[in-house]
Write a protein of this length. Sequence first.
Length: 586
Amino acid sequence: MAISIGGMIMPRPFYCNPMNISYKYNFIDTHGEQTVNREAADPSLVFWKGVFYLYPSMSGGLWTSKDLLNWTFHKTEGIKSEDYAPDVRIIGDYLYFCASKTEEDSPIYRTKDPINGPYDRVSSPFPFWDPNLFEDEDGKVYLYWGCSNNAPLYGIELDAKTFKPFGEQKELLWGDQANHGFERRGDNHVLPEPKTERERLILAYLGTDPYIEGAWMTKHDGVYYLQYAAPGSQYNVYADGVYLSKNPLGPFVYAENNPFSYKPGGFINGIGHGSTVQDGYGNWWHIATMRISIHHQFERRLGLLPAGFDDDGELFCNANYGDWPRRIAPEKMNPWEDPEWMLLSYGKVTNASSSVPNHGPSNAVDENIRTWWTASTNKLSEFLEVDLGKVFSIGAVQINFADGSIPFNLPEGEKLVDLEHMKRHIDLRSHHTAYLLEASQDGTTYITMEDKRGATTDLPHDFLTFENFPARYLRISEMTLPFSQAPSISGLRVFGRGKGSLPDKVTQVTSKTVSPVDEWIEWNEVSAQGYNVSWGHSENKLYHSNLILNRCNLELKALNASQTCYVRVDAFNENGITKGEVQRIR
């Protein structure tokens, strides 16, 4: 729903992670195991001539936007858009593109028209994975790359005209999980014991060291910020760290604020392997990979968060409530704004026309994108309903469709292609996701909130905004999904703000040191929906956070050895946020 500004109808300037774009289906055969899932990951984002150009992995094209809110997909021709971790940079009058390839020399292309092309090959210097081009202020060009758990990130200068190697490659940074807690692999930084022979073989082959990957270089006030991802995109703790230097090829020093991009909690987790970009109003943004990893290890989405540099030059990314609606305005913004709307749907009573075993309707309100409700048929009569318990003024609804029952059925005439020893097909056909969203105050009389029964778009994480829409019941029905699958919804998420009391303040936080990189904290329970735990190495730099539901404890496992740590526990409910006190815990 739109609002009127000066007589003009304008959309409300909010978005909600995961980003609301048409993620493409990938048909994958991995050693005989066949899967179908949506994927976009490893995003490279640039702002050029008033337009944002977004290139993610395994998408067969790019998206463009003028406001970071509304995105248009464009299929690309003439470049290796099916290769992993595409990198784009603006150098001179061109957009340069390259991507990952290890079996042969990786090509570098350029174009003056990213949408229509042509993309001309500039060079093919050598094989590389997870590349990142960077032009310095003096016109020199550098390439950074690397993706391994037994090798470092590398860098080399390229000839600015030929884009061929100029000088020797340098080792820039290695993983150090003994001192960098966030680099440890596994969900919540704990690798489970293998349960099957296959799992044991995989662990024996990979070992326990983290993957260090996804380089991205940003220069700010004369300092080079070499960003990197760890420990692996299939984990909820996938994050981006940063090293600093006064020279583009180092030596680099580990920054105090690490990881600078980290989101282990909430509806969707992870915020690693991304890019950092400044818009036309001076705002910084970090876009990165978020994980689902149910149908396939690389079932992933994109997330966008405000970022920036503080007065001491520390790079930060604000992941507080990082999958709740966030405002974007055509102006210089405060990157630490609290959310305007609170979560209204968590744990509420649900009802559905039908369900399949283990996928009941309550899964749609449990704030977990990895669980979902699935109807037993694909008939238009299937519906899902949530009862908020009382009438609220609703500001936004996010409808997250899951892929509960997709047949492995390639388009006629298409085939799987071996992409670095993984057979894959990216489905670029036009699909559509359609539905009817209704609301009621009494459970009897329903009115339309949004009618998308005739939609030609395919938005599996559709996000809608409203102007204080009063409702207690929300019902979604008449759903038509790709591949004629039965409706599946991982999150029917409703946002607004109640008029009741704020939660009490958390006043008692205790801590216990578990290891040089782990700290256990507990706090007193208050009447709250959940807690946002923030921490950092300075009392006024609580740049890391974890959103917690249904418990009053947390083990901070992303700490850096021999570093002080301050923490604050904020309580929130449907009416707002009550901030706690900052205290030092180590």
